[in-house]
Write a protein that binds this ligand. Sequence first.
Ligand code: ZN
Ligand code: ZN
Length: 138
Amino acid sequence: MSATGQCLCGAVKFTAEDVDPHVHACHCSMCRNWTGGPMQAAQVGKVAFSGEAFIKRYASSEWAERGFCTQCGTSLFYRLKEPEMYMMPTGLFEDEEQFELAGEIFIDEKPGGYSFAGDHPRMTAAEFMASIGAPEAD
Ligand SMILES: [Zn+2]
Ligand SMILES: [Zn+2]
C-alpha cells in the first residue's frame, strides 16, 4: 500500500510505496536515543520526499543512516544502504490506524520503565540479528 506523511513542521512531506502495515517496535539504545523512546517503524519499499533541502542525513553506522528535518528535528527515517531499505517511524504517517504491532526487537535493551501489551513475538538483539542474517547490531 502507499501512504503519505510529514514532519512536525511540515517542511518535509513524503509519499511512501509498498508500506508494510505490520510494524516492529525497536527498543535498541540507538533508536531510543534518536527518537526519545522506542521506535515503532514501518518498512517501506520506496519513498519520495518533498522539501529535500530540509533533510539532513546522519551516518549512524557504516551501513545505515538516519534522516531528520533540520527545521523541527523530526526523526524521518532509518535507511539501510545495501540492500536499500527505509524504516519510517509510524508517527509520521497521516493514518496511523493502518499499522499493527507485529513484534518487538532488542527486547533485552528495553528499560524497565515501560512495556507494550499484546501477544506478539519479542526478540533479543541476538535473536533479531540472527533472523536477518547479520553479524552485528544497529
Ligand atoms: Zn520539519
Ligand atoms: Zn533500533
